[in-house]
Design a protein around this ligand. Structure first.
Ligand code: PGA
Length: 232
């Protein structure tokens, strides 16, 4: 299983040092990927945890003040990058076209994009979930011959950070629909996954992993989560 730890915009330097020390003792037979704030990327050097970033520039190197290019990420050892997260779509107004450019930059540098897609509560209520996801996938992945390299993360926006999630069956139904058009892509789920609800989410034959936000910061709970995933 692939377990992505998305720290989001959390942890000051002191807090990160302490967190990082705790991560050293985290044991797991699964593939862990830590996505810290960019300012800590260079500090991370753990043999049992891969390095990921939370964002990338849609441009290459050059006159793009404040941006970080895929080439720069690559040079720091970044292997995975989250793109299309609903928080960036909302607060940074990123659209599918911009996300498509970011994915191109990543694939060119051989960094694995983790593309987040998912519906709002209103879209869910009006039965628009699959349409929304299909449109995001089509537009974000448009034009790539190697799109199977992209990990697709289904993250219902209403489930992120709220404590609400879908049942395993509901998640699997959506992932199976995605699989019809993207049979070779890895599919993961994110949105309020924690050490309690993992009991009913694990053992899936459709999910290739989880994207963890809040839980990524809570070491003790994260350990419990990993123990439970490993009981499979
Ligand atoms: P959450 O965040 O686990 O805190 O809901 C998931 C995410 O935003 O990727």
């Amino acid at each position: 299983m692939l377990i992505i730890l998305n720290n989001k915009c959390n942890l000051n330097k002191e807090e990160f040092d302490c967190y990082y020390d705790n991560l050293r003792s985290l044991v797991s037979c699964h593939q862990l990927v830590l996505c810290p704030s960019n300012i800590y990327l260079e500090k991370v050097n753990l043999s049992h945890i891969s390095l990921g970033s939370q964002n990338v520039s849609g441009f290459g190197n050059g006159s793009y003040t404040g941006e970080i290019s895929a080439n720069q990420l690559k040079s720091l050892g970044v292997e995975y990058t989250i793109v299309g997260h609903s928080e960036r779509r909302k607060y940074q107004k990123e659209d599918n076209h911009m996300i498509n450019q970011k994915i191109k930059e990543l694939l060119d540098q051989n960094i694995t994009p983790i593309l987040c897609v998912g519906e709002t509560e209103e879209e869910k209520e009006s039965n628009q979930t699959l349409n929304k996801i299909q449109k995001e996938l089509e537009e974000c992945l448009n034009g790539f011959s190697n799109k199977e390299k992209v990990i697709i993360a289904y993250e219902p926006i209403w489930a992120i950070g709220t404590g609400n999630t879908l049942t395993k069956k509901e998640i699997e139904d959506i992932l199976l629909k995605i699989k019809e058009n993207y049979p070779s892509n890895k599919l993961i789920y994110g949105g309020s996954v924690n050490e309690k609800n993992i009991e009913q989410l694990k053992d899936s034959t459709v999910m290739d992993g989880f994207l963890l936000g809040g839980l990524s910061l809570k070491i003790e709970e994260l350990k419990l989560f990993l123990e439970k995933v490993e009981e499979v």
